[in-house]
Design a protein around this ligand. Structure first.
Ligand code: FAD
Length: 409
């Protein structure tokens, strides 16, 4: 930590004192916890600010695919509620077919438990957590900022904290993202219900998920079982909330689940960044949903949050050490390069897949249910042994098919 006391008497007591933190992270979801962990293991003093009290609920299917598992902090025990071995695919409720695998395809977690575990891992690495702390804004100039190497973080209580670098991981309605000027090009509405069911119903779903290609362009629905609770959700482009709601109602009724009272019903927007959207401004970096880093087709975001969070934490450490704006800028560019070279490429392919899927959901359904190589590719992607981007890059047939299908019409 910087030893300077720039805003009054430093008492060194941690959160709330006037010390200058090396790295302050805003938001304690998977992106923020990952960033805080990465910066703390590098030996820096890290403050993790979260507006909610933990554990907190998050609207999410809780699907953990291979890349999410592989991006967890070393030694982190995944609190799995379910291991998925089978997927039932349907096309707007019709043409159902179940595909099975001898190996686990992906896992399902409860987000409040998972996120709490990640925060504890960051704390164990040395990060200091402060909950009930809503960040109103950050300032990089003006009277609250003692020098050009410092960022002021203003809480809704009026209190101001100081840090050498800030990581914005405050989710899809990010205030830090607004400060950075993040541009979103795709906004979707996800609606979900947590439905407790009797054991006879739960048994039918054990180890199996359902994915339904929906009636609205680019929409799909899912049933993700977690023991005696089923997470039932749908996602579709924002704009026609009533149609998305109707899809969830029809989907739930069709599955015979309408008679069970949900314990939670909620909605949440997901946002995907534009390709040229900034990932930093001055000494502030953004990651996860706050940066619009999300797979555009599946809207898978946990692996994007974990992976971008870790990179943001690592580059924020270097930024905290920067003595001038030029070097801070260099670190920010390095962070952006790392994101674009990895997650950016995956997002590019995801965008093209969404175009194809929006136009021809039946084709995708037919491929996954009737063409073994497509199912094998799905299984490999969910297990994490390859990515969609890698398949498109290395398989000429996949590349040619995508080129033919996503051509502007
Ligand atoms: C319906 C739905 C289903 C989904 N299902 C899946 C799935 O199955 N698998 C998958 O991989 N992804 C899924 N996603 C996406 C996934 O939930 C997100 O991509 C992921 O949560 C992003 O993590 P994050 O840490 O960036 O943001 P979040 O998890 O949203 O965390 C942000 C944190 O910041 C805090 N915060 C916000 N504002 C402030 C502030 N001003 N000050 C302080 N703290 C603040 C919030 O309280 C929150 O704790 C789904 C999304 C939706 C909407």
């Amino acid at each position: 930590m910087s030893s300077e006391n720039t805003a009054g008497a430093a008492d060194g007591s941690g959160a709330g004192s006037s010390v200058v933190w090396d790295v302050a992270v805003v938001g304690a979801g998977p992106a923020g916890a990952s960033a805080a962990h990465a910066a703390a293991v590098a030996g820096r003093r890290v403050l993790l600010l979260e507006k909610a009290e933990l554990p907190r609920y998050k609207t999410c299917g809780g699907g953990i695919i291979g890349p999410s598992r592989d991006a967890l902090p070393p030694g982190f025990e995944l609190p799995l509620r379910e291991r998925v071995h089978a997927v039932t695919f349907s096309l707007d409720g019709k043409l159902s077919r179940t595909r099975r695998s001898r190996h686990t395809l992906f896992g399902l977690i409860d987000r409040s438990e998972f996120d709490q575990g990640l925060v504890e891992a960051a704390q164990k690495a040395g990060a200091e957590l402060r909950t009930g702390a809503t960040v109103s804004r950050v300032e990089q100039h003006g009277p609250a900022v003692p020098d050009r190497r410092t960022v002021a973080i203003v809480l809704s209580s009026g209190e101001t904290l100081l840090a050498r670098a800030v990581v914005g991981a405050d989710g899809s309605a990010s205030r830090i993202g607004a400060h950075v000027g993040v541009k979103m090009e795709q906004v979707d509405l996800g609606l979900e219900a947590e439905i407790p069911v009797p054991s006879t119903v739960a048994e039918d779903w054990a180890g199996r998920v359902l994915i339904d290609w929906g009636p609205l362009p680019g929409s799909y629905g899912w049933v993700f079982p977690k023991g005696d609770t089923l997470t039932v959700g749908v996602i579709s482009a924002r704009g026609d909330g009533a149609a998305t709601k109707r899809y969830l109602e029809d989907f739930t009724a069709r599955l015979g689940l309408a008679g069970f009272e949900p314990s939670v019903s909620s909605g949440h927007l997901t946002r995907c960044r534009a390709d040229d959207s900034p990932l930093s401004r001055g000494r502030v970096l953004v990651c996860g949903d706050a940066a619009g880093l999300l797979e555009p087709w599946t809207r898978e975001g946990i692996s994007f949050a974990l992976r971008s969070g870790r990179l943001a934490g690592e580059w924020a450490v270097r930024m905290a050490e920067s003595h001038d704006a030029v070097d801070a800028r260099r670190q920010a560019l390095n962070y952006a390069f790392a994101i674009k070279a990895g997650l950016g490429v995956e997002m590019g392919v995801g965008r093209r897949m969404l175009t194809v899927f929006s136009r021809r959901p039946g084709l995708l359904h037919a491929a996954l249910t009737g063409f073994r190589p497509a199912w094998n590719a799905f299984a490999k992607i969910t297990r994490g042994s390859t990515t969609l981007a890698e398949i498109v890059r290395s398989h000429p047939m996949a590349r040619r098919s995508l080129e033919a299908l996503d051509r502007p019409r």
